[in-house]
Design a protein. Structure first.
Lengths: 118, 500, 489
């Protein structure tokens, strides 16, 4: 088994962990949203690459009986997941805007201090 | 009834029940008038409730059926799995939704600015759509889609609260919720990778062949953790207390009663319906960790509830504790245990919705739900306090309330397995509930009314009426527990795939 | 009226009274509210008595209400033991209500409407306990009784009553949930049923050390029976107004406790099971210990109500002891004692409250010479005392007689000695009160009081219950013949 066979998964896992780390460790609310995006992008990548069939071509109807197509379903699924991701990002950023308006900061520790004080 | 009789109109009811709120949601926004919005939402919610009631009766009478959306057969098309369990959970969602909406206008008028009220109703309907769809769908990816619909709507609802804390609460809820949702997505992806199908029935059929692969085990872990996050399984509950506390009263009542409950149901579907009892409980021995987490949640969250100074937050921590009972029931993986879990879904939904609605009464009249501001409120708002007393008795598990019915079924299930020390722990934990309920009771009744409360009066009928209905249900199903217990038993048998 | 209607009515009448009190308390004067309450309350006893002929003839009227769990309904079944409890509670309720009016007004208590509301609700729960046809029903109404009496204990809403309320609720709920409910689950899982049946349901299903452990779970789970060491709630609850003490300590709460113990012993375990396995011997000694210790503590108490409270703890254990003996005479004696002690002790509490309202004295040491000022009040006290001690011509004599007989049947001569010592202790802590009141010279303060007895509303009820003590002396055989069929002739 060639280690490089699983090349895509290395990328996926690296991206996923990077995103996850940002969500957990960053203090800035916008950066957390960015982390979430990276995290979701990793999952999208996972789906899309797993649909790829060896030597397969794009799943567009072509002539010839021997044409091997990649699996189109994961890509379709990911269209939905991207929409969900965009919606989540939009909502998250909207909330950050409102938090900035109300607290005057988007640093989590400062917000927490303000909350404890009130 | 089977797929062949799908021409019969009533076979379309479950799909219609998802479509109606989905279609009403944009309609509500178009009109830009909060009264129209309320009217439309209410009509949608009650009609959905009616449809689902009919569906439940059909499933009880004829058994379940598979509904093919657009006539596309599985695995190409997406199907809805209509059975007693799904219908029962949908009944909870739509019933609570309809009752909470009936109570909404006055509470919403007080807590949400006029220009956002239509959006509130729209988000409410979307949340309901997501929860209903998640329950009934027979397609694993579809679960994720509906999950995100309901989650996004819920974040919005939470953020609409009147205090700025609502925004941070919603933000944290969003981050945790998105992680949970994505985890479930990963789990589903890994399953698809191994089986090539997303249809739940097919998945259940094909999984055993590949169950020993690391991929499936990983997918199992992702699904459990993701669902655990979403259903606020202790100790992954940290998003919940703030979200419930700072959400508008109507949203708190609805989300607390249904959001986590539907997630529990999704987890049940995945664990028992797809992975199978054998895989989850025998090979991966999920029972012990679940029992530990359940008991841990019961004790940790109930203890935390005792020390809260805000009534809604107290109720929120109590919710985490009550989820512990559900998880404890699940951990048994027996008909009795699952029945207890499913029954408590229903019973706790009624109690908690009613209690959050009653908290909404207080917020409506006093403008605060902090215990320090509520001294002696009992004499000013006797009806509300009476209703809270009924709900509180339910949380404690006093006989003749729904809480006791759940507790009895759970204890019997534990006793069946000779887990006597767990019986003792579960019983002793109800004393924690006594402690946190009594904290409120003493503040509300025993203290002399604070001067600030002098002009506080009882809420009008349109607020307390629906709450009273909810609490009456809690007594009706507490006294006549046989009916709900039978349904829950039937549901548990379906999930476990055993004959009666 | 069919028996089923009667059963239902006995639980509905108190609720109707509660509702009337709540409504009239808002819209009508206190006089109207109180008159209606007493008049309607007085109709309860006749309704209960309509069940008497059928039960004495061997009938066991049943009423199945609604299925709470599959195969486990909320069911009611009238049997002799329950009938005794039901009669006592229903008879003493209007009397206590009348007394409560006098006391609460004389003492200018606040929140009288709330007080009478929960008071009536508690009676409804007590009736449910009396007729309960299975353990589940019993448990449900048992908890209802605890919760409906909490507002009565915490009535004054000050720190002391709050604390007492917490202890009250804490102990009663803890024991019932932790012990009683587990015992019920255990019983259900081994016996397959929770119905109360003649001869018990556990026979042949539990063996060896399980029997005494299960019995212990029941005996301590029913915290209202105030078996040591779970008795602390009772003296604590003395901060409540005296009518509550009367209701709690004579009629509803504690009697519901010992009644439940008796019922469990007879209809769940069955006397044969206990006597053949000696599983209840330990309980006999715990009860005997409680009898003696509580009596000794009572002697040290100067506060009259506290002294009566410890006396109650001691007397309750007579009944538990009667149950634990698992003999026929023990059962008859213990069951009769439910009635006898109820009438005797409520008289004493009535008098204690009457003295307090009238003269604001609550310590035994303040009572010197008061008997001459309040002769009728102390006459009632004297009769109540005789009944508690167990001397003729009062009913208390018969129950003690049968209990002693039961101890002999159980071949426990030591217990006979306990009864005798305990009676002496009763003499030692109750008679001095009489002696002080009648024979010691009045203190200056007492001498300054006008020559006037307690007002009628607080005087008539103790006289009624005192007469009841004497009537029971002559009527004891009717009770005995009612009870005997339960355990076979």
């Amino acid at each position: 088994m060639n280690l490089l066979d699983h090349f895509n998964y290395y990328v996926v896992i690296t991206l996923m962990m990077v995103g996850f780390y940002i969500i957990m460790a960053r203090n800035n609310l916008v950066k957390k949203v960015i982390g979430l995006n990276i995290f979701q992008a990793a999952v999208i990548l996972m789906y899309v690459t797993m649909g790829r069939v060896h030597d397969g071509t794009a799943p567009i109807l072509a002539d010839g009986p021997d044409v091997v197509y990649s699996n189109p379903l994961p890509q379709v699924l990911m269209l939905t997941a991207i929409v969900v991701g965009v919606a989540t990002t939009a909502l998250g950023l909207a909330l950050v805007v409102r938090i900035q308006e109300n607290y005057g900061t988007i640093e989590e520790d400062e917000i927490r201090a303000l909350e404890d004080a009130s | 009834m089977s797929a062949e009789t799908a021409t019969d109109f009533s076979a379309h009811l479950p799909a219609l029940a998802v479509m109606v709120p989905l279609m009403t949601a944009p309609l509500v926004v178009i009109f830009r008038n909060s009264k129209v919005a309320f009217g439309l939402s209410l009509a949608a919610a009650w009609s959905v409730f009616g449809m689902i009631l009919k569906t439940l009766m059909l499933t009880l009478e004829h058994g379940g059926w598979v509904y093919e959306l657009g006539g596309w057969k599985a695995p190409i098309g997406i199907v809805y799995n209509v059975d007693t369990v799904a219908a029962f959970v949908m009944l909870i969602v739509s019933g609570i939704g309809a009752l909470v909406l009936s109570y909404a206008p006055m509470s919403v008028a007080r807590e949400i600015p006029e220009n956002r009220q239509t959006l509130f109703y729209s988000a409410f309907l979307l949340a309901m759509t997501g929860l209903l769809g998640m329950t009934i769908t027979g397609d694993a990816f579809n679960v994720f889609v509906f999950l995100e619909i309901s989650s996004l709507a819920s974040y919005t609802l939470v953020a609409m609260g009147s205090s700025r804390n609502g925004f941070t609460a919603a933000y944290r809820y969003l981050i945790m919720g998105a992680i949970g949702g994505t985890f479930i997505l990963i789990g589903i992806g890994l399953m698809y990778m191994m089986t090539g199908t997303l249809n739940m029935a097919d998945l259940a059929e094909r999984l055993p062949e590949v169950a020993h692969t690391r991929t499936i085990m990983a997918s199992f872990a992702f699904v459990i953790v993701g669902a655990g996050l979403k259903l606020a399984l202790w100790p992954m509950h940290t998003w919940l207390p703030n979200a419930y506390t700072y959400a508008p009263s109507v949203a708190s009542a609805f989300i607390s009663a249904t959001g986590t409950k539907v997630m529990v149901y999704v987890m049940l579907r995945f664990v028992f319906g797809i992975y199978g009892t054998e895989f989850a409980f025998t090979e991966l021995s999920l029972g012990l960790p679940f029992a530990v987490l359940g008991l841990g949640g019961i004790y940790a969250a109930s203890t935390a509830a005792i020390f809260q100074t805000n009534f809604k937050r107290l109720l929120a921590y109590s919710s985490v504790g009550q989820i512990g009972y559900i998880v404890l029931g699940m951990s048994l993986a027996t008909v009795g245990g699952l029945a207890a879990a499913i029954l408590h879904l229903f019973n706790h939904a009624i109690m908690k919705a009613g209690l959050f609605m009653a908290a909404g009464h207080i917020n409506h009249q006093v403008g605060s739900v902090r215990l320090a501001d509520l001294e002696g409120i009992g004499r000013k708002m006797p009806i509300t306090m009476g209703l809270i007393a009924i709900g509180g008795a339910g949380l404690i598990g006093v006989p003749l309330t729904v809480g006791f019915v759940s507790k009895w079924v759970l204890i019997s299930a534990l006793a069946e397995q000779d887990l006597w020390w767990v019986v003792g722990l579960a019983l002793a934990s109800s004393l924690l509930a006594v402690a946190y309920i009594w904290r409120f009771v003493e503040v509300a009744w025993i203290r002399e009314p604070a001067p600030a409360l002098e002009h506080v009066t009882e809420v009008p009928f349109w607020l307390w009426g629906p709450t009273a209905v909810m609490m009456t249900l809690s007594i009706v199903f507490g006294v006549w527990g046989a009916g709900t217990t039978e349904v829950a038993m039937e549901a548990a048998r379906i999930l476990l795939g055993v004959a009666a | 009226m069919t028996a089923q209607t009667a059963i239902l009515l006995t639980m509905i009448i108190p609720l109707v009274v509660a509702a009337l009190v709540a409504i009239l308390g808002r819209v009508a004067s206190a006089n109207v509210r109180d008159t209606v309450m007493v008049v309607v309350a007085a109709s309860l006893f006749p309704v209960v008595m309509t069940l008497w002929p059928e039960v004495t003839a061997g009938g066991r009227p049943e009423l199945i209400w609604v299925e709470m769990f599959p195969g486990l309904p909320i069911a009611f079944k009238v049997e002799p033991l329950g009938l005794v409890f039901g009669m006592v509670a229903s008879f003493l309720w209007p009397v206590t209500a009348l007394y409560g009016i006098g006391y609460m007004r004389g003492h200018h208590e606040k929140h009288q409407t709330r007080f009478f509301f929960y008071f009536s609700a508690a009676i409804s729960a007590a009736m449910g306990i009396a007729w309960s046809g299975n353990l589940m029903t019993l448990f449900a109404f048992y908890e209802a009784l605890t919760l409906s009496t909490y507002p009565l204990v915490a009535h004054h809403q000050d720190e002391a009553s709050l604390k007492a309320g917490r202890v009250y609720l804490g102990i009663l709920l803890f024991t019932s949930v932790a012990f009683l409910l587990s015992a019920i689950v255990w019983t259900g899982s081994v016996a397959g049923t929770l119905d109360f049946r003649d001869g018990g349901i556990l026979s042949g299903h539990v063996h060896g050390w399980h029997v005494p452990v299960l019995l212990g779970l029941f005996a301590y789970g029913i915290g209202k029976a105030a078996l040591m060491p779970f008795h602390r709630w009772l003296p604590n609850a003395m901060v409540a107004p005296t009518p509550v003490s009367a209701l709690l300590h004579a009629v509803a709460v504690v009697k519901a406790g010992v009644f439940s113990v008796m019922k469990v012993v007879v209809y769940v375990f069955g006397l044969d099971l206990l006597s053949s396995t000696s599983a209840s011997v330990w309980l006999m000694y715990v009860a005997a210990f409680t009898i003696l210790t509580a009596s000794l503590i009572a002697m040290t108490k100067d506060n009259l109500k506290e002294r009566l409270a410890y006396s109650t703890i001691s007397q309750l254990s007579y009944i538990v002891l009667g149950a634990a003996m698992a003999t026929k005479a023990g059962f008859v004696g213990g069951s009769m004692h439910i009635a006898m002690h109820a009438f005797g002790k409520i008289t004493l509490f009535f008098v204690a409250g009457a003295i307090y309202v009238h003269t604001h004295k609550k310590y035994v040491s303040q009572l010197d010479g008061l008997g001459r000022k309040m002769p009728l009040t102390f006459l009632a006290f004297g009769i109540g005392t005789l009944s508690i001690i167990g001397l003729p011509p009062t009913g208390g004599m018969w129950s003690k007689w049968f209990l002693a007989l039961g101890a002999l049947q159980a071949e426990q001569p030591l217990l006979v000695a306990v009864f005798m010592i305990s009676s002496l202790l009763n003499v030692a802590y109750l008679l001095p009160i009489m002696a002080r009141a009648f024979f010691l010279p009045p203190s200056e303060e007492t001498a300054a009081l006008p020559d006037k007895d307690a007002p009628w509303a607080t005087l008539v009820p103790p006289l009624i219950s005192a007469v009841g003590c004497i009537v029971l002396f002559f009527w004891a055989d009717a009770l005995r013949s009612l009870l005997v069929p339960v355990v076979g002739v």
